[in-house]
Design a protein around this ligand. Structure first.
Ligand code: NAP
Length: 287
């Protein structure tokens, strides 16, 4: 029997409905969210994300401001702009759009963002809290992958999870979240010699490599596994594909997430979920 689909679009819609209500209720009490995006220079895919976030914000009734500084900005100029944005009391969340120009270090710039306002959650403070199981802003894509996997109804406890990819944006936080859900977790990366063999031992397989479309096949999948494909790899015709070869993977898995229509669809709503939770913490702190 082919895999059941982990439907990212349907999950995103449900999250959107819930967030719309909650943002409206807070606004009615005088607590409005304001998200500010900072782009340094321009990049086609990142500009696409900004546009997407802007549209999502409109639907949710959240104020969204897109700021841009020149591509040749120095680190101090970029850091100064970030401090200026985060210093405004009406700004409740900020996003630094990636990639940043090559002469700048995105990780160092992320450290300048006030952690409580960093709704993407990829900085030492938010990641440090994740390691301590004290969740603040969780990295959006990692949280989206876990929420999508949970759509299968799986009881995570005691399952063997394999995460293919070890980036700080996706692989590592996914692994930590699965660990916190009492999975036994194995992390693979580009030096793992026997990727297919390890992946085949997974009850839950999360792929986040982005190296080659369709490189994960049915050979990598244990029959009945849950497979979440995080990768978005640009291919010809302006389309995107994931790490997984849908046909052979979905023939073996019990549940699988498509690309597009999987994790990517959920990530933007998770960004706003983090924005809502940030706002709630701020309101709580001043109550
Ligand atoms: P990244 O920083 O390039 O990390 C890729 C990871 O995959 C690295 O840990 C790398 O290992 C590993 N890897 C690469 N080739 C491999 C191979 N042949 N075998 C085993 N491991 C391999 O990328 P990322 O930022 O984590 O993103 C990963 C994918 O997710 C990309 O396609 C990206 O576009 C996508 N993504 C999607 C969303 C979304 O919202 N859906 C958000 C963010 C990212 P090493 O560490 O050894 O190099």
């Amino acid at each position: 029997m082919p895999a059941q689909i982990l439907d990212g679009k349907a999950l995103a819609k449900r999250i959107q409905t819930q967030l719309t209500e909650e943002f409206a209720a807070l606004k009615a009490k005088g607590h409005a969210a304001h998200l500010v995006s900072l782009s340094i220079g321009s990049d086609e895919s990142s500009d696409w994300y900004v546009n997407n976030q802007k549209k999502a914000a409109e639907k949710l009734g959240v104020a969204y401001t897109a700021e841009r500084i020149p591509a040749d900005s120095t680190f101090e100029q970029a850091a100064g702009k970030i401090r200026e944005i985060c210093g405004k009391p009406e700004v409740t969340g900020m996003i630094l759009q990636l990639p940043v120009p090559k002469h700048l270090d995105a990780n160092e710039l992320a450290k300048v963002i006030t952690p409580a306002k960093n709704v993407e959650g990829v900085d030492p403070d938010n990641l440090g809290h994740l390691i301590m199981n004290q969740y603040r802003n969780l990295p959006c894509t990692a949280r989206a992958a876990i929420e999508l996997a949970a759509e299968s109804g799986v009881d995570f406890k005691g399952k063997h999870a394999v995460v293919a990819g070890r980036s700080i944006i996706v692989g590592k936080p996914v692994a930590l979240l699965l660990l916190d859900k009492h999975c036994t977790v194995t992390i693979c990366h580009s030096r793992t010699p026997n990727l297919a063999e390890v992946c085949r031992t997974a009850d839950i397989l999360v792929t986040a490599m982005g190296a080659k479309p369709g490189m994960v096949t049915g050979e990598h999948v244990k029959p009945g596994a849950i497979v979440v494909d995080v990768a978005t790899i640009a291919v010809e015709g302006g389309k995107y594909r994931g790490d997984c070869d849908w046909e052979s993977v979905s023939a073996k898995a019990a549940w699988a997430s498509p690309v597009p229509g999987g994790v990517g669809s959920v990530t933007t709503q998770i960004l706003f979920k983090n924005t809502l939770e940030t706002l709630k913490r701020t309101v709580g702190a001043h109550a």
